[in-house]
Design a protein around this ligand. Structure first.
Ligand code: GCB
Length: 594
C-alpha cells in the first residue's frame, strides 16, 4: 500500500500530465506546420528564466535594455537537432530557448492544440508570455490545448529545451548514441471541433481473423454523440453512440479481409465521424501471436529477418526527422532483405513508422530503458510509464508494429523486476494485441555444462525474448561456432536482437584479429555467428547490430572510431561493408524459412 501511494505521488510530481493531452492521428487533422527557422538563445548557465526571455520584451525607457534577447541572434532549423547546426553546439548539453511568432485566427466552436512530435529531452512551453505546458522524454509526442490562449493575429511561442543527462532520466547518464538536443520533430498547430475524436484504437481481435474491435473516445465526456466508422474497401460501417464518458466500444465482423503481412502490406481507408468531427486513416489488420517457439503472423510461422538503425542520417551527422529521411533509412533496410526493423533504442518518428507499414516492414518499437536506469526511483518509473503510454498511444493503430519493447540490457534485481512488471501492466492496459519483448545481455557460456545459458526469471513474463550477444567482439569463442549449444529460454521464441563487431569501411586486415578493425574480421565474425545460430533451437529471428555506423561519444578510438560506433553494415558515407553481403545472402536464403 505504502509503495503504491509513494509511487503515485512521484508520478504526479515528476511527470506533469496536467498539460499533456493526446490527439491520435495528428497528420489526419486540419493543421498548420510551425516548422522553419526559429530564433534561439543558448543559455549555458540557465539564466533565461530569471530574464523572462519568454516575454520577449523590448526596451521601453532610456535606461532599459535586455541581454537575453531573441532579436538578431542565432537561428535554428525546426525540426532538427542543434548539435548538427553549429560547430559550437556539437557537444552542447544544456538549455536552448527557441522562439517564434506565428499568426492565428481561432474560431469559436473549435479547439486548438500545439503539437510537438518530439523535443529532446525536456521542455517548458510558453505562449504569449505565459507557461502553457511542459514535457519530459525525447522521443514521444505531446499536445497542449491552447484554446482560449491563442490570440487572433500575432502569437509568440517559446520553448525552453534542455538535454542535460541526469541519473533519473530515461535514458540515464551514459548511452551509446549521440545526445542530440532540440525540437527534433514537427511542430503543428492543430484545429479540431470543440468536442472531437481524441483517441481511437481499431484493430483485429488478437486471435480472430475476422473481428475488428473498435474503441473511440471523444475529448468531452458527453453521452449521445453519434459515431460512425466506415471501411469502404470492406463495405462495412459501424454505428454507435457515446456513453456518459464520451466513449464508444464495438466490433465489426468482416469477411474477405485481406490481412496485412510483410509480403502483402494491405491497408484500408477508414473514415471516422463523431458529431462535428471527421478523421480519415489508413489501417491494416493482422494477427500476431506466439505458438511455442514460433512467431505467427496471421497464423503462419514467420522468421523475423530484422535490422536496427538509430534515428540518424550518418552522412548529415544529425537526427533523422523527415519523410525523405525515413525513405532513405527504410530503403536501405529493405535492400538487405528484411521483413522487420528493431527501431533502436527509442520510438522513432511517425513518418518512419507509417512508411514502414506501407513497405511491408514489421516493427519492434521500444522505449529507451537502456542499461544504467535507476530502477529504485519511482519518479523514473513514472517517466517510463509515460513514455510507454505515449508510444503505444501514437502507434497502436499501426499494424506494422508487432512488438512493444520494454527494456534493453537490464539485470535482475527486485527493483528492476518491479519496474519492468509495472511497464508490462501499463502497456497491457492499453494494448494486448501486440507481443511484449525485452532484450537481454545475460547469456553466458557455462563451462561445466559446455552450453550457453541465461538466468533471468523475468523472461517468463515476456512473449518473446531478445538476446544481445557479441560473440567474437566482446566475448571470445569458448568453442568453435558450429559446436555451440544454446539452452536459453527454451520453449519461447528467441530473437538474437544484437550481434556484430566494428570495422572501418575499406580497411583490410586479418580475419582473426578484432583490433584490425577490418571488414575482413567483421565478415568472419558474421559467418561465425550465423553458423552458431543454426543450432539455436528456438531461434525465431535475427537482428544484426546495426545498419549504419552511428555517432556515439562512447567511441573515441583515435583512428578507427573518432566518435563513431563502427558496427554498421554500411559506413557513415553509405558504403556497404563485406558483412552486408553476407547478411543479405543469409536473408535471401531465410526468405522461405518458417
Ligand atoms: C549493445 C547495446 C547497443 C550498443 C551495442 C554496442 O549491447 O544494446 O546500444 O550500441 O551494444 O555497439 O556495443
Amino acid at each position: 500500500m505504502k509503495r503504491i501511494s509513494l509511487f503515485l505521488l512521484a508520478a504526479v510530481a515528476v511527470v506533469s500530465s496536467a498539460y499533456a493531452s493526446m490527439l491520435t492521428n495528428v497528420y489526419g487533422r486540419d493543421y498548420r506546420m510551425l516548422n522553419g527557422r526559429w530564433d534561439a538563445i543558448v543559455d549555458l548557465y540557465d539564466q533565461g528564466d530569471r530574464m523572462k526571455v519568454y516575454e520577449n520584451r523590448s526596451p521601453q525607457g532610456t535606461t532599459d535594455f535586455y541581454e537575453y534577447s531573441f532579436d538578431g541572434g542565432l537561428r535554428l532549423e525546426v525540426p532538427g537537432d542543434w548539435n548538427s547546426q553549429s560547430p559550437e553546439l556539437k557537444y552542447y548539453e544544456g538549455t536552448v530557448w527557441y522562439g517564434r511568432h506565428f499568426e492565428a485566427d481561432p474560431e469559436p466552436g473549435n479547439s486548438e492544440y500545439l503539437y510537438f512530435g518530439a523535443v529532446s529531452y525536456r521542455c517548458n512551453v510558453y505562449l504569449n508570455g505565459k507557461k502553457i505546458g511542459e514535457h519530459e522524454g525525447g522521443f514521444t509526442p505531446f499536445a497542449i490545448d491552447v484554446t482560449g490562449e491563442l490570440k487572433k493575429g500575432d502569437n509568440f511561442l517559446v520553448v525552453e529545451v534542455n538535454n542535460r543527462r541526469t541519473r533519473d532520466a530515461i535514458p540515464s547518464l551514459a548511452f551509446d548514441w549521440w545526445n542530440y538536443g532540440g525540437i527534433t520533430r514537427d511542430v503543428m498547430l492543430v484545429t479540431v471541433p470543440e468536442n472531437h475524436i481524441e483517441d481511437y484504437f481499431i484493430r483485429l481481435r488478437k486471435d480472430h481473423p475476422e473481428l475488428i474491435d473498435i474503441d473511440l473516445r471523444m475529448s468531452q465526456p458527453l453521452p449521445g454523440v453519434a459515431v460512425t466508422v466506415d471501411i469502404p474497401g470492406l463495405k462495412k460501417r459501424f454505428e454507435g453512440v457515446t456513453d456518459s464518458e464520451g466513449c464508444v466500444k464495438g466490433s465489426l465482423k468482416v469477411k474477405n479481409l485481406k490481412r496485412w503481412a510483410p509480403d502483402a502490406p494491405v491497408l484500408y481507408d477508414v473514415v471516422l465521424t463523431a458529431g462535428a468531427d471527421r478523421v480519415t486513416e489508413e489501417i491494416g489488420f493482422r494477427n500476431i501471436a506466439v505458438d511455442g517457439t514460433k512467431i505467427l503472423v496471421n497464423g503462419q510461422p514467420q522468421f523475423m529477418r530484422c535490422i536496427s538503425f538509430h534515428e540518424e542520417i550518418p552522412q548529415r551527422m544529425g537526427r533523422a526527422f523527415s519523410q525523405a529521411d525515413a525513405t532513405m533509412l527504410l530503403n536501405e533496410a529493405k535492400e538487405l532483405g528484411v521483413n522487420m526493423i528493431r527501431l533502436a533504442h527509442y520510438p522513432q518518428n511517425e513518418y518512419t513508422v507509417r512508411m514502414a507499414e506501407k513497405m511491408g516492414i514489421m516493427l519492434w518499437q521500444e522505449i529507451p530503458i537502456w542499461q544504467g536506469i535507476d530502477f529504485a526511483d519511482y519518479g523514473t518509473r513514472a517517466k517510463a510509464q509515460s513514455m510507454l503510454t505515449e508510444m503505444i498511444n501514437r502507434d497502436k493503430n499501426r499494424c506494422a508494429v508487432g512488438f512493444w519493447g520494454v527494456a534493453n540490457e537490464t539485470k535482475p534485481s527486485p527493483e528492476r523486476n518491479d519496474f519492468l512488471m509495472s511497464l508490462l501492466e501499463t502497456g497491457k492496459d492499453i494494448d494486448t494485441t501486440r507481443l511484449y519483448v525485452a532484450a537481454f545481455d545475460l547469456v553466458e557460456f557455462d563451462k561445466d555444462r559446455g552450453i550457453f545459458t541465461m538466468d533471468d526469471p523475468f523472461t517468463e513474463n515476456l512473449d518473446v525474448v531478445g538476446v544481445n550477444k557479441y560473440m567474437g567482439w566482446y566475448h571470445p569463442w569458448p568453442v568453435p561456432p558450429a559446436e555451440a549449444v544454446w539452452d536459453v529460454t527454451p520453449g519461447k521464441p528467441l530473437i538474437i536482437s544484437e550481434f556484430g563487431g566494428e570495422a572501418l569501411y575499406g580497411q583490410a586486415g586479418s580475419r582473426d584479429v578484432a583490433s584490425s578493425w577490418s571488414e575482413d574480421y567483421q565478415a568472419r565474425l558474421y559467418e561465425d555467428n550465423l553458423r552458431m545460430m543454426e543450432n539455436i533451437p528456438n531461434l525465431a529471428g535475427v537482428s544484426p547490430w546495426i545498419l549504419f555506423d552511428f555517432r556515439s561519444p562512447f567511441r573515441f578510438h583515435p583512428t578507427n572510431q573518432e566518435g563513431w560506433n563502427r558496427k554498421g553494415l554500411i559506413s557513415d558515407r553509405g558504403q556497404r561493408k563485406k558483412a552486408w553481403y553476407i547478411m543479405r545472402d543469409f536473408y535471401n536464403k531465410k526468405r522461405n524459412d518458417k
